[in-house]
Design a protein around this ligand. Structure first.
Ligand SMILES: Nc1ncnc2c1ncn2[C@@H]1O[C@H](COP(=O)(O)OP(=O)(O)OP(=O)(O)O)[C@@H](O)[C@H]1O
Ligand SMILES: [Mg+2]
Length: 364
């Protein structure tokens, strides 16, 4: 294999085991992960999945219990301490809580990683100014971190992480403390740095939108393992694992809509000719007039409680929550019609004589 084809990050069978109150905790469990140079690679998972622990092995901030970490052709576990220090400089990191030095100016923060380098003060300042310009903060170089907004602080942290010209930037929930607009700005900045500097970006998040907006590849992590991975559009448009499906559903606000519907007392009292349905459809089905066909052909009424279409690359995934009402034979035929057109239909609630109507929220 030519060097250019080798992944820049190659985690081989990496495990991290912690001893926690006498028990072993497998925070990272035999993970293999290859990331190519120039990629923007997302790692998504719920809290405690092991994301931070995994990415901390990339620069050996977390030493694996077993396995091999190869970054830019170097086996990091075989390096001497000075060699490892050098290798770490090529791996920048940014975090949710910026970690800026409050006693130093913006410029001083960006200069900081260069203090141990053998370069002149003039060169150091010039470099820091250039980086501040790159992240759009030139006019704030004399400000102190406390005078900046969260988005501006993260830009300083990004500039600082680039001081040693890293090949890799690891972003651990760097946008989690920011509002949606600022999140978008920071993600666009990361994408621009990826394109302009050829920087490989590894980005951890628990939000699918973050992955969708800038990543090319994604790995879904659960309980220390990668349970699904691949091209972002492919993984999220056709999830193979229930957890991945959960991320897609919550990104389309479906999870929240279902919870609200469950809490709605008026939906606890459906009549005999009503069905509360959750419909999910993808691709071509999102472009067809299925609901008007359904109501016309079977003389049904559809009361739409929630509707959304999530677009992932060129695939659309549609979600509808409706109360469908009509005669029971026609209701059954109508549901059949939907199934035949590739719509996944889940009955959330129906009238149950003598029992309270039960709205299910499990949609996987
Ligand atoms: N130094 C440590 N000692 C003991 N247990 C740890 C240590 N660091 C992490 N863990 C445990 O390992 C598991 C994975 O933690 P990790 O921080 O990697 O998860 P995460 O996916 O990054 O979660 P979050 O989204 O909340 O940041 C958790 O159960 C955590 O409690
Ligand atoms: Mg974490």
């Amino acid at each position: 294999m030519a060097d250019s084809e080798k992944p820049i990050i190659d985690l081989q069978d990496v495990s991290v085991t912690f001893q926690s109150s006498g028990k072993q905790l497998h925070a990272v469990n035999k993970v293999n992960l290859q990331i190519n140079k120039g990629d923007v690679y997302g790692i998504i998972g719920y809290s405690g999945a092991g994301k931070s622990t995994l990415v901390r092995t990339i620069n050996l901030l977390q030493k694996p219990t077993s396995g091999n970490v190869i970054v830019g052709n170097q086996e990091l576990l075989k390096l001497s301490n000075p060699e490892l220090r050098q290798a770490r400089k090529k791996i920048g990191m940014i975090f949710q809580h910026f970690n800026l030095l409050n006693s130093r100016t913006v410029l001083g923060n960006v200069e900081y990683p260069l203090l141990s380098q053998r370069i002149s003060k003039a060169d150091r300042v010039a470099k820091a100014k250039k980086l501040l310009d790159l992240v759009g903060l030139s006019e704030f170089e004399r400000a102190y971190p406390e005078q900046l907004s969260g988005g501006q602080k993260q830009r300083v942290a990004i500039a600082r992480s680039l001081a040693n010209d890293p090949d890799i930037l690891v972003s651990d929930e760097a946008t989690s403390a920011l509002d949606p607009k600022t999140t978008d700005d920071i993600l666009k900045l990361l994408k621009r740095l990826n394109e302009k500097l050829g920087l490989t970006v590894v980005l951890i998040t628990h939000e699918m939108q973050v992955i969708k907006s800038i990543c090319q590849h994604v790995a879904v992590m659960d309980d220390g393992k990668i349970i699904e991975r691949g091209d972002v559009a492919k993984v999220f448009s056709d999830p193979q694992q229930a957890l991945t499906q959960n991320f897609v559903d919550s990104s389309a606000n479906v999870t929240e809509a279902l919870a609200q519907i469950k809490a709605d007392q008026s939906l606890q009292a459906l009549s005999a000719n009503e069905r509360l349905l959750f419909l999910k459809f993808r691709g071509q089905a999102t472009k067809e007039s299925l609901i008007s066909d359904l109501t016309e052909l079977y003389k049904l009424k559809a009361n739409i409680l929630f509707a959304n279409i999530e677009r992932i690359s060129s695939t659309s995934i549609g979600y509808l929550i409706i109360i469908l009402s009509g005669q029971s034979k026609q209701l059954a035929d109508g549901i059949n019609f939907l199934n035949q057109h590739g719509v996944n239909v889940k009955l959330l609630a129906t009238e149950k004589k003598g029992e309270q109507t039960n709205v299910k929220t499990n949609i996987s």
